[in-house]
Ligand binder design. Structure first.
Ligand code: GLN
Length: 237
């Protein structure tokens, strides 16, 4: 069975492992730096990025995670995991928050508001369907979700979303703090790829649609061509 590491400090790692299992891939829980040697790719799940950062610091994971990214191994960050992968994070309580970095973008934490403003939406993603088939849209689950406000030239945008389309946002929300940056016509980026890195602001592991996981597995195959970095095949578990 193929193997993909899943950072298992906090958040929705079990759901990612279940989604991988549905695709015949084994998700390996990663909690310690040395465990990263056993996998050639990694998913950093959603959860709470400041808490996850504290746990990662406690387990001395940041140097190993940064090396993993720099070695060109495929890494997918979802929601809080996307924040981890970003070179810059803005928004509430980001001061001093340690990031893994590597993804050339600026992420705004809690961009779409707080827990009660979480929402689902049907979102077009032509690149997703052209790579793994299925409908031209996917169901995006946004839970205290971040948005990507800026990307560097190497970053491919896979999906975006209207900045103010969640009508229930209240006056205190992060969107209102944008000071005119996000007018009603504006869109923010919610899915990106940069070489070996994939970042999504939503939670595909909380839906029955495994196409984003398939997309990542295909990416692993692409990045692995010509290098030893691929989904490692092991015996039956
Ligand atoms: N807002 C959270 C954070 O900043 C992320 C939310 C999520 O992963 N669902 O960490």
């Amino acid at each position: 069975m193929a193997l993909v590491g899943v950072l298992a400090l906090q958040g929705s790692f079990n759901e990612h492992i279940a989604a991988l299992r549905r695709l015949g891939v084994k998700g390996v829980e990663i909690r310690k730096p040395e465990q990263l040697h056993n996998v050639a790719s990694l998913i950093i799940p959603g959860g709470e990025s400041t808490t996850m950062a504290k746990l990662a610091e406690y387990h001395n994971l940041f140097p190993a995670l940064r090396d993993f990214v720099k070695m060109g191994k495929p890494v997918w960050g979802t929601c809080a995991g996307l924040i981890f992968l970003a070179n810059n994070a803005t928004g509430q309580k980001t001061g001093g928050q340690e990031l893994v970095g590597g993804l050339d973008c600026t992420v705004h934490r809690n961009f779409f508001g707080s827990q009660i403003q979480s929402f689902e939406a049907e979102i077009p993603a032509p690149e997703l369907s052209s790579k793994v088939g299925g409908p031209e849209t996917f169901r995006g689950v946004f839970i205290r979700a971040p948005a990507i406000l800026e990307v560097g030239p190497e970053v491919q945008v896979l999906a975006d979303y209207p900045a103010r389309s969640n009508k229930d946002l209240d006056a205190n929300s992060a969107v209102e703090d944008q000071e005119g940056k996000t007018g009603s016509e504006d869109r923010v980026i919610i899915a990106v790829r940069q070489g070996n890195l994939l970042g999504t602001a939503f939670h595909p592991e909380l839906t029955a649609d495994t196409r984003w996981h398939s997309y990542f597995l295909k990416m692993i195959g692409e990045v692995g061509e010509g290098s030893s970095s691929s989904v490692v095949a092991v015996g039956a578990d």
